[in-house]
Write a protein that binds this ligand. Sequence first.
Ligand SMILES: *Cc1c(COP(=O)(O)O)cnc(C)c1O
Length: 375
Amino acid sequence: MKRIPVAGPWITDLEVDLVTRAVREAWYEGAGDYHARFEAAFAAFTGRRFAMALPSCTSALHLALAALGIGPGDEVIVPDITWIATAAPITYVGATPVFADIDPDTWCLSPASVEACLSPRTRAVIAVDLYGQMPDMAALSELARRHRIALVEDAAQAVGSAFDGRPAGAFGDVSAFSFHGSKTLTTGEGGMWLTDREDLHARALTLRDHGRPPGDRLFYNTEVAFKYRMSAMQAALGLAQLQRVDELVAKKRQIFEWYRSGLSATSGVSLNRPAPGTESGYWMVTALLDPRLGIEKGQLMERLAAEGIDSRPLFHPLSSLPAYRDCSAARDARARNNMAYSLSPWGVNLPSALCLTEEDVARVCDCLKRIVAAR
Ligand SMILES: *Cc1c(COP(=O)(O)O)cnc(C)c1O
């Protein structure tokens, strides 16, 4: 029986051709060509002024906090439900993460909870477009403006999503994408930094190159900083994937639609749905089981695995993880974030890899229905 993978890319000859050209040509005077093309194309895709290709989304978020000058004594608000890469860079710069609750409909950062988490030390909010859903970006942008704090959009999971007609990645002082192999658009490993602010972009260009200001020819470092670049081969892969982005996102939407129709008559199982006024790129189809079924996410994953179906748990609240055991803000979050704690035990990401066929999805739906019916 073929194993059904949970996530993975769609690579065609176009990608192979461009990467092959890059490995032959992108040296000497051509060394930066593919980066420049990928960055320009990605800036246009998101409507941003500046783009910078990076080795990961984690490094983009790290640079965002560093370029904003956030450090020890500062607090940064993040949703309690997200991948730890959203929050880890807060610790890298010596600041303190504050975990806010999620909205019951979007599963993304709740603006009301952010408001409740503000303190005189709050310097920034990182909003996450979870599984391709979008938080209320209008409310979060307004809140950030009103309190004079920075807004960063972690759009790692949101290629193809939109809020109020504006694409994911268009929001906040800085936004960041991931091109990890599990993401909709991949470069193997990789990320993108985006901003409209010239001051932040100039700062990040220096910070990502060991403290060398752009144009430095003398290897005269002005500070101790970081080394964050992707290779030309990765940039070529990203450029080819971006040329096919409509096709990639259409396949994700098709996969969601197969699940939606396959599970529509199954009571007790609901899927992630975008809120009104937003569109989802459906990075991961996520099933939320009615707690009355009594099937926790770990049990469901085990039963799916027994039938050759890979899945992932809906993120555990960050404040519940051993990684934040000694963080006092995590203690407060555990008491405050009812929605994060009540949804997280019952959610599972279903296989959403770009290689899936309609038959694969039918097999997953069939298996899920049998598990639910057996209760
Ligand atoms: C994948 C992901 C990241 C990290 O991306 P990397 O490229 O692996 O660093 C950050 N945030 C979210 C929400 C992600 O899903």
